[in-house]
Design a binder for this molecule. Structure first.
Ligand code: FMN
Length: 362
């Protein structure tokens, strides 16, 4: 069924098609009847997993970038995802890079994007997340709802979508002041986030990836950890912090970054973001600047996962993302040692049924 919808959607530019699907999913998720209908169509069995003190109804999440401003949380929940990583959110609103800035590489089942963190900003996104948070507390939400006591210690009953908030700095914030941006976001989103993802690996914000260097990273994570500790006390809940890394680090750089992350009391690692590499592509868009995602990213993402699993040696859970296009891909990542998995580009090529298909297969 998706193949027909896909050809209509692909007649629009990638950004327009994405905006339309997000709008439709947002609306369908908010209306009780359509939420119910979507949940029936995309019914997925529970495959509960526990990671960093949270109970996920299944290991599959929608990766950051799909719902940057938290517009379609309930829709994503109805598609069967166990968690949604909202963002990247920046403190202040910003437009991102000029269009065109997203390209479909059809023959490669890939996407290149150079969006550069278009974000409605912290205040707007907090307002989007607030109703979902309130509903979870007041138990009015249609779904299995956690008790207030469980919510405060960060343990959510099965049935709910958990929310990660992926945070990044504004374009005009220099790296020396980046910690201020990240710290303010942890402070602002502490009531709403089940976990935080620190994004220092998008290739489309100049200099951002330099924050992965060991000294810069240690300094940034110290500030984030201090704020998280404060916010945990203030809101009486656990606030796990994960760090999202690039697939383009050398083996030595990755090992150094992992060592710093573990020493900085972080709760998990997300591997990987998009790549600047362009090996093995056939589509005419292959030379566009930006980060590559989808099928061709799988080899690199798996190599980074393998090294991360080995280096981390069970100390913290690992989230695998990058090139998961089929149920078998998803299963393999879990077998390789990932605790959770995420996808984005697979949804573009395989459609909304992919989440359910994957969860059933696990
Ligand atoms: C259009 C687009 C926008 C993205 N935006 C973000 C973002 O804002 N923050 C982030 O951490 N990752 C972002 N990503 C990266 C994804 O979260 C993911 O790490 C990457 O696409 C690899 O997964 P995939 O192959 O399943 O798409 C974006 C990816 C795409 C395709």
């Amino acid at each position: 069924m998706y193949s027909r919808l896909r050809s209509s959607l692909f007649s629009f530019g990638p950004e327009r098609a994405h905006a339309l699907t997000l709008l439709a999913l947002g609306l369908a998720g908010k209306l009780k009847l359509t939420h119910w209908a979507l949940s029936k169509i995309f019914k997925a069995p529970d495959k509960p997993v526990e990671a960093f003190g949270l109970k996920f109804r299944n290991p599959l999440g929608i990766a950051a970038g799909y719902d940057k401003n938290g517009m379609a949380i309930r829709g994503l929940e109805a598609l069967g995802f166990g968690h949604a990583e909202i963002g990247t959110v920046t403190p202040r609103p910003q437009l991102g890079n000029p269009p065109p800035r997203v390209f479909r590489l059809l023959e490669d089942q890939a996407v290149i994007n150079r969006l550069g963190f278009p974000s409605r900003g912290s205040e707007f996104v907090q307002k989007q997340l607030n109703p979902y948070f309130q509903a979870r507390i007041s138990k009015k939400y249609f779904g299995v709802v956690p008790s207030e006591k469980n919510l405060t210690v960060g343990m959510i009953d099965k049935g709910n979508l958990l929310l990660g908030v992926n945070i990044g700095k504004n374009k005009e914030t220099p790296n020396e002041k980046a910690a201020l941006d990240y710290v303010s976001l942890v402070d602002n989103f502490a009531p709403y986030a089940d976990y935080f993802a620190v994004n220092i690996s998008s290739p489309n914000t100049a200099g951002l990836r330099d924050l992965q260097e060991k000294h810069a990273l240690a300094n940034l994570l110290k500030h984030i950890h201090d704020q998280r500790t404060l916010s945990e006390k203030q809101h009486e809940k656990r606030l796990p912090v994960l760090v999202k890394l690039s697939p383009d680090l050398s083996e030595a750089e990755l090992n150094e970054a992992l060592e710093v992350i573990l020493n900085a009391h972080m709760d998990g690692i997300i591997v990987t973001n998009t790549t600047l590499a362009r090996e093995g592509l056939t589509s005419h868009h292959q030379r566009e600047a930006g980060g590559l995602s989808g099928k061709p990213l799988a080899v690199k993402s798996e190599a980074v996962l393998r090294q991360t699993v080995q280096q981390v040696n069970g100390a913290v859970p690992i989230v695998s993302v990058g090139g998961i296009m089929t149920p078998d891909d998803a299963k393999r990542r879990l077998e390789m040692g990932a605790a959770l998995i995420q996808l984005y580009t697979g949804l573009v090529y395989r459609g909304p049924g992919l989440a359910t298909e994957i969860i059933r297969h696990l």
